[in-house]
Ligand binder design. Structure first.
Ligand SMILES: CC(C)(COP(=O)(O)OP(=O)(O)OC[C@H]1O[C@@H](n2cnc3c(N)ncnc32)[C@H](O)[C@@H]1OP(=O)(O)O)[C@@H](O)C(=O)NCCC(=O)NCCS
Length: 153
């Protein structure tokens, strides 16, 4: 019983002390990963930065920027070894709840058109495509578009 409880996913705010582990995960997930400085800046700026741990392992993390009447999900990441176990869904649900608890009326995010896994997850939560931002992301072939998605809170 206690072993099962020990392995329940635990959400908590990200700390600077997490960044060594975050930086072991991030470069394995993205062709153009966030730098340590990007995470440092997000913590310093007071963005809503969270990690989810499971059995002492860092399974995933994300960063939500809450502005005037709108929230913007800047990062949503699940370590490769922990993918397809529901952590992405749990993390996104957590961030939507955080946004709903703020005075934001809408929540936005950008996603690469090629990222079908993330797009499926976002559509499941009711995110809808708003527009395409041309050449938003760096990519191996120059630039790649981003789909701006959003939901009303
Ligand atoms: C996108 C990401 C966060 C999903 O996390 P995850 O923990 O693997 O996802 P979950 O197990 O919660 O899956 C939730 C749903 O997402 C979709 N999904 C997730 N991985 C998928 C895959 N490899 N292929 C297709 N659909 C996928 C499915 O609809 C899935 O539901 P299902 O398992 O019932 O079919 C994770 O793959 C990741 O971190 N990718 C690299 C970083 C990234 O692209 N982040 C998003 C940037 S916009």
């Amino acid at each position: 019983m206690s072993a099962q409880l020990d392995n329940l996913p635990e959400f908590r705010p990200m700390r600077a002390a997490d960044l060594d582990r975050v930086m072991q995960i991030e470069p394995n997930l993205y062709t153009h990963p966030w730098t340590r400085g990007n995470f440092d800046d997000s913590l310093t700026a007071g963005y809503s930065c969270w990690v989810v741990e499971c059995g002492g392992n860092l399974a995933g993390y994300g960063v939500l920027m809450i502005g005037v009447r709108e929230a913007h999900l800047l990062n949503l990441s699940v370590a490769a070894a922990w993918q397809r176990r529901g952590f992405g869904r749990m993390l996104l649900g957590h961030f939507v709840n955080v946004a709903r608890g703020s005075d934001a009326a809408q929540m936005f995010l950008e996603v690469r058109p090629s990222n079908l896994a993330a797009r499926r997850l976002y559509v499941e939560f009711g995110f809808r495509e708003i527009t395409v931002r041309r050449g938003y992301y760096p990519s191996g072939r120059g630039r790649e578009d981003a789909i701006l998605m959003g939901i009303g809170l």
